[in-house]
Design a protein around this ligand. Structure first.
Ligand code: MN
Length: 475
């Protein structure tokens, strides 16, 4: 249970006094508004508000977000109105609370409800990304206390979490939150699989923990000997849900999951990451093909780190992950991470939401059929992203399996229409070739060409390219 003292403790290290006073005021306001209300767990309602605000403070969100976190259920569940919130805490906080409240009221079930949910999420995102982050903080606590909810409702909430909230957290780069949401939903949605995996892992975990402790000890000694300053070194257990997903790919053989526990080393700077990697490889031989430099080439979802698997003197393999403090914070909080969040605040998010949010908004407006809509969203939002380059070195973000045609139409409709060929890394490729992260893509055009080829509709995978081709063909 999170208390107000807990919240204050993290606020004091990161925020100004007058900001903390606003939060104190919001705490008193919310306590008064929710007085006498209890959750099904028996707790006073205010503890839910506190936990939400605490999650936001941990993500280092700004004061309006933390304030709105405390007040997020006030207009919906108490005698106080949105106007009361506005009069006491101003327009910015009131708009955040209103955004979260709107997300909370849903009428439909099943597919209809799912589509409706997604549409509301995108609309809110395009207004202010902070609304979604507050909603994620709220959902995280609801999942942690799901035991206290009616059984039928429990399943629905867990499903929503797995199908909507976790993918959105992932898209926002909030991998830690995504993982926590998935692990919390797992036992409710796949109860027997959950039991199977947790039993399978239990015994292995005991021996693995001892093993990783030994590896940690040895690595630590080497770092000290080489005068490498590290901030943290610890064993990190893979999440149950990702073990489950990995098992499905590895013929259900736990012995093929090498990274059940990984040793994670956090250092101050990027350059230190490579020094540590050198020291590790000097002591232990790396496995061929298992050294991954996600710093030079981040994963499609933006994840950065160095990964290596090494043979150790104990006749076993160990996976080691090395990253800087900034990478660690990014992996945890994604778009909300301190450094990135500054950027987010500086842009007027109404006028200038991230491109992918704008794109989702277009989809949400242009596709009224819910089945079609979900199909497109799954494709455009939940598929992994790749980052490719124009010949001039500009970065273009596309979904995994995008083709040179998707790239061409992404650059400009006219480039798409006139496209007659493509080069990837200076090699000619066919127009249905799947692009990979890091590819340099060059589109060859014929100036006299006016219309796209109707067959391209079967090649492109992005909604934007499909729409553009259809529009051109109609003309
Ligand atoms: Mn809530």
């Amino acid at each position: 249970m999170i208390t107000f003292e807990d919240l204050k403790k993290i606020l004091i290290t990161d925020y100004q006094d007058e900001d903390i006073n606003t939060v104190i005021k919001a705490f008193h306001f919310a306590s008064e508004a929710h007085r006498g209300q209890k959750r099904r767990t028996g707790e006073d309602y205010i503890y839910h508000c506190l936990a939400t605000a605490y999650n936001l403070a941990q993500m280092k969100m700004d004061i309006p977000s933390i304030t709105a976190g405390l007040l997020h259920d006030v207009p919906e569940d108490t005698d106080f109105s949105l106007d009361d919130v506005k009069n006491n805490f101003g327009k910015e906080v009131a708009e955040l609370v209103a955004g979260v409240t709107k997300l909370g009221t849903l009428k439909y079930r099943g597919l209809e409800r799912y589509a409706e949910n997604l549409r509301k999420m995108f609309l809110a995102m395009s207004k202010d990304l902070r609304i979604i982050i507050i909603k994620l903080a709220d959902r995280l606590h609801n999942m942690q206390t799901l035991e206290g909810v009616r059984e039928e409702k429990r399943l629905r909430i867990a499903q929503e979490t797995l199908e909507i909230y976790a993918p959105i957290a992932n898209r926002l780069g909030m991998f830690e939150i995504k993982t926590r949401l998935e692990d919390l939903a797992f036992p409710y949605i796949y109860p027997s699989e959950y039991l199977w995996v947790s039993n399978l892992v239990k015994d292995r975990l005991k021996t693995e923990t001892k093993y990783i402790d030994k590896i940690q000890h040895l690595a630590q000694k080497d770092l000290v000997k080489n005068n490498i300053h590290y901030l943290q070194i610890k064993g990190r257990v893979k999440s149950l849900f990702s073990i489950y997903q990995k098992l499905l790919h590895k013929g259900k053989d736990l012995n093929k999951v090498y990274d059940l526990i990984a040793l994670r080393i956090i250092v101050p700077d990027v350059i230190d990451c490579y020094s540590v990697l050198g020291i590790i490889h000097k002591r232990w031989t790396p496995l061929k093909g298992r050294v991954k430099d996600y710093i030079a080439q981040p994963k499609p979802n933006g994840y950065r780190s160095l990964h290596t698997s090494v043979f150790t003197e104990f006749g076993k393999i160990a996976e080691i992950q090395i990253r800087s403090q900034a990478m660690d914070e990014e992996a945890e909080f994604g778009i909300a991470a301190h450094s990135r969040y500054k950027e987010l605040k500086n842009i007027d998010s109404k006028k200038n939401p991230p491109t992918w949010v704008k794109h989702l908004l277009e989809i949400q407006k242009s596709i009224t059929d819910n089945v079609e809509f979900i199909k497109h969203v799954k494709n455009d939002l939940f598929l992994n992203r790749i980052f490719v380059f124009t010949p001039k070195g500009d970065v273009i973000e596309l979904p995994e399996n995008a083709t040179p045609l998707d790239f061409a139409f992404h650059i400009h409709t006219d480039i798409g229409n006139k496209c007659v060929g493509a080069k990837i890394n200076e090699q000619m490729v066919s127009l249905n070739h799947a692009l990979k992260s890091g590819d340099v893509v060059e589109i060859l055009i014929d100036k006299n060409r006016k219309k796209p080829n109707p067959d391209w509709l079967n090649i492109v995978i992005t909604t934007a390219a499909k729409d553009k081709i259809r529009n051109q063909l109609r003309k």
